[in-house]
Design a protein around this ligand. Structure first.
Ligand code: NAI
Ligand code: A1CAB
Length: 279
């Protein structure tokens, strides 16, 4: 099994490193290409045996499964480069939400899935969102999800819910980190505790909270209730949060969905124009 990666930016390189660290792939099983080739050369220096492709075509010609790890606006160019070489027996995995499965299936003859990762996969944790195309047979889906199980909890989602699922799973780490940073900044400003100590405490707290919510038998509601001693201190803090954060996440979700719609329309336009002109 040879795995090819087109795009070794933030998420492409995180996936490569996670697959290697988890033992899912040896470096020798990986070939990667990137617009700026130096990024792949650096990966190959860290993981000897990893092959540096000189072109996206080379990635496709050498791989059984190809991960497309470029931004939505870069898809058209990549697909134009590789489409003549893609085979029906190959697997193509897109990690980009605004590129629809139906467009990929109309442009490429391979088996297609969309799997949206998360930065949490870097530490072999968090979810990956799995959306499979029509050519994926039950055994293909099982095989691919087993591969992603090395680095994540693969969860099947409907393509209609890609955005909100990705908001929770993939944007979520940044949203949560923003909340934590505000908590730390306030702690430093109000009390004079050092930023390092506040950050350590907040980070350990986040790890423990994640464990309680995944394997500790709590959900967000029961956790808040359990920590809030009746007439105690936590309830005072929660009262402020409930007042101040009311409506904030609806606005966040509207903002991500507006941007998604914009990307979806632009990408659809690019990919379908290409399709018409190639007929
Ligand atoms: N960053 C994240 O946490 C997550 C990102 N994603 C998705 O992953 C996709 C990539 O995101 P990032 O890795 O963050 O972006 P990035 O900008 O860090 O990486 C994209 C890479 O693609 C390369 N590239 C561009 N055009 C190319 C071409 N024609 N041929 C070969 N390589 C080319 C660029 O040089 C760059 O290294 C995006 O669509 C994003 O929505 C999905 C889940 C999480
Ligand atoms: O910011 C972005 O566009 C990507 C999508 C999910 C996480 N990061």
């Amino acid at each position: 099994m040879k795995a090819g990666f087109i795009g070794t930016g933030s998420m492409g390189s995180i996936l490569i490193e996670a697959f290697i660290h988890s033992g899912a792939f040896n470096p020798e099983q990986i070939i990667a290409g990137n617009r700026t080739i130096r990024k792949v050369e650096l990966l190959a220096e860290t993981y000897p045996g990893l092959l540096v492709a000189q072109s996206n075509r080379e990635v496709v010609l050498e791989s059984d499964i190809i991960f497309l790890c470029v931004k939505p606006s870069e898809f058209k160019k990549v697909i134009d480069e590789i489409k003549e070489d893609v085979l029906p027996s190959q697997f193509i995995v897109s990690i980009t939400s605004p590129v629809l499965i139906k467009h990929l299936e109309s442009l490429l003859p391979s088996k297609i899935s969309k799997i949206i990762p998360s930065i949490t996969n870097y530490v072999l944790s968090g979810a990956t969102l799995c959306i499979h195309g029509n050519r994926m047979q039950p055994e293909d889906k099982e095989w691919l999800e087993n591969l992603f199980a090395h680095i994540s909890s693969p969860i099947r989602v409907s393509e209609n819910y890609t955005r909100i699922s990705s908001d929770l799973s993939s944007c979520g780490p940044a949203f949560l980190a923003n909340f934590i940073q505000s908590f730390i900044d306030a702690a430093v400003e109000v009390t004079g505790i050092s930023p390092e100590e506040a950050t350590l405490l907040a980070s350990e707290m986040t790890l423990g909270t994640g464990k309680l919510l995944t394997t500790g038998g709590f959900n967000p509601t029961t956790l808040q209730k359990r920590v809030s001693v009746p007439g105690g201190i936590t309830a005072e803090g929660l009262r402020i949060l409930d007042e101040e954060l009311s409506g904030v996440f609806s606005r966040v979700i509207h903002a991500t969905h507006d941007k998604y719609q914009e990307d979806l329309e632009k990408t659809e336009q690019q990919l379908t124009i290409k399709q018409q002109s190639s007929q």
